[in-house]
Design a protein around this ligand. Sequence first.
Ligand code: SAH
Ligand code: SF4
Ligand code: F3S
Length: 440
Amino acid sequence: METKKKYFIETFGCQMNVHDSEKIAGMLIDLGYEESSSKENSDIIVFNTCCIRETAELKIMAKIGDTKALKKKNPNLLIVVCGCMTQQKGMSDILKKRFPFINLVIGTHNLNELEDYIKEYNYKSKFNSIVWDKEQEIKEDTKIYRTSKYNAWVNIMYGCNNFCTYCIVPYVRGRERSRKVEDIVKEIEELVKENKYKTITLLGQNVNSYGHDFNDGRTNFVYLLNEICKINGDFKINFMSSHPKDFSFELIDFIATHNKMSRALHLPVQSGSNSVLKAMNRRYTAEHYKALVDEIYKKIPGVSLTTDIIVGFPGETEQDFEETCDLLKHCRFSSIFGFVYSRRNGTPAATFENQVPDKVKQNRITRLFELQHQISREELQKMIDNKFEGVIEKDEKGNLILKTFNGKSIKLNEDNLEIGQVRKVLVTDIVNNELQGKVV
Ligand code: SAH
Ligand code: SF4
Ligand code: F3S
């Protein structure tokens, strides 16, 4: 029997990229490849990259550099670099200079063409770069190789129009483009048939502006959610990311009154200081954000809230930082993603003169995490002796857990539980910051 050629995809960055890698895998499987467990015995290695912060880029560059030795051992090995990093102006030249052994560089706008490029061209001996300037039209007949057994990612829109002054995403992912309601509903109907997937996570850079580009006076995010909720089946709907300026009170009411909507919400705030928010071009105030959170807690009992914070944005004073800490105390997130501001070439904030010194940034991020750890611990304590509903899953270590509908993981010391089932669990204890529980 002929052995199949093997692929290895290394993914960096956000869920959007994780899902793009499922599409890349779909294309490679279509070309006759099969998944490999390591780079060493692969025939093609794909780096699906991210450039949100400098640390991400440095890590990826080092990983690409590491493949030089593999390429020497196996000159037929194909090395492909795609994703947000490659879509930046001038990046192809940098990659060519540093890593001439790369076979193909493609951008985010022409990712769907990868299959054709590999089929049509002979990349074996030279460096090729094909990065489109313009976004490709949305393609609906993509093949997707899904890697999670529990959760299915579904793109509802691509791109971002917000231009937060620190952020590279609008430059590497293009303008907002929404998928048609019918196409999204059709995809989800297939995914939840026969109880296949228990959670569906809708993806977009700013899902709250879904449908605005149709300009039909009808299609918006709540309209889409309503159509999805009509689909038969026992499944929960998650979504990310939201933008507080477009997160409506109508949406809060919708979540509160629809059982299929997950009780875990991610609402990135970035800063608790109005002057920093203004300089970031976020277009809401800390007061508006807190009012949203108050309304969410009031209308959606048991909700678990998470957020993103940037510390050390240009011009951030100690007073500004304190206001961010105050916001954390007010909002009592169950956890946060905290980042040190990273200067991204081509974004407005990179040219701001009042950059914050590294030492100050590091000090602030440490203090931010200390504060949040304390809040997270207190919030976990409140869960003891309470019951939560969710889906039985296995964690990375193979332990049985209940993934609750408000986004928490509860460890279960039981064997006879069927994966994928919906069960209720009583939280009994916290060990090493992990919730422990038993099925009731
Ligand atoms: N579209 C999403 C996610 C954007 S990227 C949203 O708007 O929420 C994820 C997070 O990375 C952002 O929320 C922000 O907190 C962080 N981030 C983006 N650019 C950054 C930069 N230049 N430096 C540090 N963190 C950044
Ligand atoms: Fe970046 Fe802002 Fe768009 Fe999010 S909303 S992707 S932070 S520009
Ligand atoms: Fe995501 Fe990184 Fe791109 S966070 S959108 S993969 S720059």
